[in-house]
Design a protein around this ligand. Structure first.
Ligand code: PLP
Length: 430
């Protein structure tokens, strides 16, 4: 497969953009080689600058749940563009999207729109701190909540991929207010809470992790966290930037039946445009400015074009529950195919999967937390990744990412992915 144009663009990019990319996970550092420069995408396919076609398993890291360039969203955006790009004033669409989000997400009574998942999580812990009058937060090793200073402690996603789970530039003061526990370890959380009695404002987690690869909460884990938070007056924050509107219409909280106090959102709610949101119990959200004293603002927040894309996306998801049955079936079929090939080749790898999220871990350990995710054979993953890419399957260039399916994938695409997977698994052994 010829990727000369991508290579040339990457050489130019490296001169003027740090690492040649505007977000670290896009670089191919963990797997070697140079990134593919994407020119366009439609439905289940992305096309690179050299004209190669790939079947999509990244889907912009989650937002494109209906596949690329869905007609409804395209139309909503092009209609909105006619009315200008930004006003910095309230609009009808912001009211409509707030009504829709609060009706779809079980726990949300009030919601504030921001511009990214990072802004959502930063703002959510600020309001949790304001509301409780406490400073410390608890997060889990390997969970990623964007690049806010408080979260770059034992962080997942690009931070693990590039070996920097703790970032320079985060002050010791900020770092000391973030406590970390192993995922799925309730005892560790209880110990942290006991050792910091009355000082923990919030506990934030990905209710299903996507950012150390796909890792599921063990039975009782989310319930246990809810109980501890209730006992200690801690604000429980579900970071549903990945899982929201993906694992069900009402996200992981609906799927697992656990009601957090606050929820952070992003990705799908913008339909591919830069959007984030945070929301939850009115008694907490009433602390947000201008109603309350916790300041949070944004020139482009609730941007009319982004709201149009998000509204079109959420309206569609709200009115088409079959989206989720399709995604469940695709996820089942694809991961069963992967497991069959793994068994057929006499390998012992782990496939974690829920709905339309999955990761094939190159380890024989059950992956339930950060150490077990890190037991994966990364050089083997690198060979596998390139073998998939060369067969026209576009996956995340890191072992520590979840893949995301879209409704644009048909049986023929899933079959092609399963076949390519078997070839790539063989290639990873050499
Ligand atoms: N939270 C989670 C769970 C995420 O997966 C991400 C990004 O991948 C973020 C927060 C940050 O979102 P953004 O990249 O839009 O800032």
């Amino acid at each position: 497969m010829n990727r000369e144009t991508s290579k040339n663009l990457f050489e130019r990019a490296q001169k003027f953009i740090p690492g040649g990319v505007n977000s670290p996970v896009r670089a191919f550092r963990a797997v070697g080689g140079s990134p593919v420069f994407i020119k366009s995408a439609k439905g289940p396919y992305v096309y690179d600058e050299d004209g190669n076609e790939y079947i999509e398993l990244i889907n912009s890291w989650g937002p494109m749940i209906l596949g690329h360039a869905h007609e409804l969203i395209q139309k909503a955006v092009s209609d909105a563009v006619q009315g200008s790009f930004s006003f910095g004033a309230p609009t009808r669409r912001e009211v409509e999207i707030a009504e829709l989000i609060t009706s779809m997400m079980p726990s949300i009574e009030k919601v504030r729109m921001v511009n990214s998942g990072t802004e959502a999580t930063m703002s959510a812990i600020r309001v949790a701190r304001g509301f409780t009058g406490r400073d410390k937060i608890i997060k889990f090793e390997g969970c990623y909540h964007g690049h806010g200073d408080s979260f770059l402690i034992a962080a997942g996603s690009g931070a693990i991929t590039h070996g920097a789970p703790d970032s320079p530039g985060v002050t010791k003061g900020v770092a000391s207010d973030t406590l970390t526990a192993p995922y799925n370890d309730l005892n560790a959380v209880q110990q942290l809470v006991d050792a910091n009695k009355g000082n923990v404002a919030a506990l934030i987690l990905e209710p299903v992790v996507g950012n150390m690869g796909c890792v599921l909460p063990e039975p009782g884990f989310l319930e246990g966290l809810r109980r501890i938070c209730d006992e200690e007056g801690i604000v429980l924050i579900f970071d549903e930037v990945m899982t929201g509107f993906r694992l069900s219409k009402g996200g992981a909280q609906q799927r697992f039946g656990i009601i957090p106090d606050l929820t952070t959102m992003g990705k799908i709610i913008g339909g591919g445009m830069p959007v984030g949101a945070y929301g939850g119990k009115a008694e907490i959200m009433n602390w947000v400015s201008p109603l309350g004293p916790v300041y949070q603002a944004g020139t482009l927040s609730g941007n009319p074009i982004a709201m149009a894309a998000g509204l079109a996306m959420l309206t569609y998801l709200n009115e088409h529950p079959e989206v989720y049955t399709t995604l469940e079936a695709s996820g089942e079929k694809l991961t069963n195919g992967f497991k069959n090939s793994i068994a057929k080749l006499g390998l012992d790898y782990t496939v974690n999967h829920i709905g339309s999220m999955f990761t094939l871990f190159f380890t024989n350990q059950t992956v339930t937390d950060f150490p077990s995710a890190k037991s994966s054979d990364l050089p083997a993953f690198g060979k596998y990744f390139h073998a998939m890419l060369d067969q026209g399957i576009y996956m995340g260039p890191s072992q520590f990412e979840s893949m995301f399916l879209s409704t644009a994938l048909e049986d023929q695409h899933i079959n092609r992915i399963i076949e390519a997977n078997e070839v790539a698994l063989k290639a990873s052994l050499n």
